[in-house]
Design a protein around this ligand. Structure first.
Ligand code: FES
Ligand SMILES: [Fe+2]
Length: 401
């Protein structure tokens, strides 16, 4: 994110601060049927339209730190190995041996080739066959069928995208659009992957994204953890194509009042969240980056979640490692122990018959944009809006937004 954008966002935060309370607002209240969160048919539609054809974030660039690096990922049930060849180019290959289908890679690693753990056939990092043990027993094989199956992949602004089905090349710059323009100055490809945690939780995969789409729950759900650090008001939202960016002001932003405007920068004084449809939230948090991904489970009531922490440089000392581990443990305590635990309770409530719809308020513009974008990508009509709510004592302009 460049300096001009940071200063413009700081000015918008200042407008909210001068007003004393408030946050960016959308023009309408939006209603979403809760079948979007609990219907197996809706989930099937999502799988076909969101998790088969769209470019998905497979990793950030530091997951493949050097030529020869490889990393295994699962893209909604498709086992994939990402590789970086000697020239630095990233590829995505189905992690399925062309002999009898065993994985050719486990976890993350580095080397000249991928070796199947069953009978030892090996493949170059571009997916072509290297050595077929006992080759005469298998006769002649069409070279097109001998190598690992390649998926469209591209790397841009520190993000590795993969389309999970074979097809034409993927244009990462076009798909990421304005998000890439803001990520590029962060230099994510120079970061170091500190760690990743994985959970399976009883909640719809979208609820794990929803929890990041507004800041005003901080004063209640995170009263003891995040609220002392981050304002629950003054949040900004901008749509960036189907994606979006939420800025939550840290309380330290008040200290900028003493700093000349030309010298102000947003990054140390805000938590910046980019939503990359359909299932990724990338967060810049002062001195590190967090990557959250949510994948559908076996039913609408299950999600597979990952959280990764990327730090500016590889920690070298015990003290540095302890520092980042404490940070990592803390953010897992908050997101899993508070946000995802609450989301699981919400999912439970969706089956109670209490309501058919949920309402995304005017103070939750990122939430409405996210769900409208998903529906657009799924070929569904937009969500219904309710227009301006009536001005009652509970919604008068002076009331809390
Ligand atoms: S399944 Fe890979 S070598 Fe046999
Ligand atoms: Fe939260």
């Amino acid at each position: 994110m460049d300096g001009g954008t940071q200063r413009a966002l700081l000015q918008r935060i200042e407008v909210h601060r001068q007003a004393g309370r408030g946050t960016d607002r959308s023009p309408m209240v939006v209603r979403n049927h809760i079948d979007a969160y609990r219907s197996p048919r809706h989930l099937e539609h999502e799988r076909q339209s969101l998790f088969s054809d769209l470019p998905l974030v497979a990793a950030l660039s530091p997951r493949l730190p050097t030529p020869g690096s490889w990393a295994t990922v699962d893209l909604d049930g498709r086992p994939v190995v990402l590789t970086r060849d000697a020239g630095g180019e990233v590829r995505a290959l189905l992690n399925v041996c062309r002999h009898r289908g065993a994985p050719v890679a486990q976890g993350d690693g580095c080397g000249h080739s991928l070796v199947c753990g069953y009978h030892g056939w090996s493949y170059h990092l571009d997916g072509t066959l290297a050595v077929r043990r006992r080759a005469p027993a298998f006769g002649d094989v069409d070279p097109a069928e001998a190598g690992l199956c390649e998926l469209p992949a591209a790397e841009h602004a520190g993000v590795i995208l993969v389309r999970p089905t074979p097809g034409p090349p993927l244009d990462a710059a076009d798909w990421l659009g304005g998000v890439a323009d803001e990520l590029a100055p962060l230099g994510l490809d120079g970061y170091h992957l500190f760690g990743t945690r994985r959970f399976t939780r009883p909640l719809n995969w979208k609820l794990a994204v929803d929890t990041f789409t507004e800041a005003w729950h901080l004063g209640v759900l995170h009263q003891r953890t995040l609220d002392p650090l981050i304002f629950s008001d003054f949040a900004l939202f901008d749509a960036l194509g189907p994606h979006g960016r939420l800025v939550a002001a840290r309380r330290s932003v008040a200290g900028l009042d003493e700093v000349p405007e030309a010298d102000r920068s947003l990054l140390p004084h805000a938590t910046i969240l980019w939503f990359l449809v359909p299932n990724t939230v990338l967060i810049h948090q002062q001195d590190h980056v967090q990557l959250y991904q949510s994948w559908p489970g076996d039913s609408p009531d299950e999600a597979h979640l990952t959280v990764s922490v990327y730090v500016p440089a590889e920690p070298r000392t015990e003290r540095e490692i302890r520092h980042w581990q404490r940070n990592f443990d803390l953010l897992v305590d908050v997101t899993d122990g508070e946000d995802f635990a609450l989301a699981a309770a919400i999912q439970h409530g969706y089956h109670s018959g209490a309501q058919d719809f949920v309402r995304y308020g005017r103070n939750e513009p990122a939430l409405a944009h996210y769900h409208q974008a998903l529906r657009h990508l799924m070929g569904l009509p937009p969500l219904a809006t309710e227009g301006d709510p009536p001005c009652t004592s509970a919604t008068a302009p002076s009331s809390r937004t």
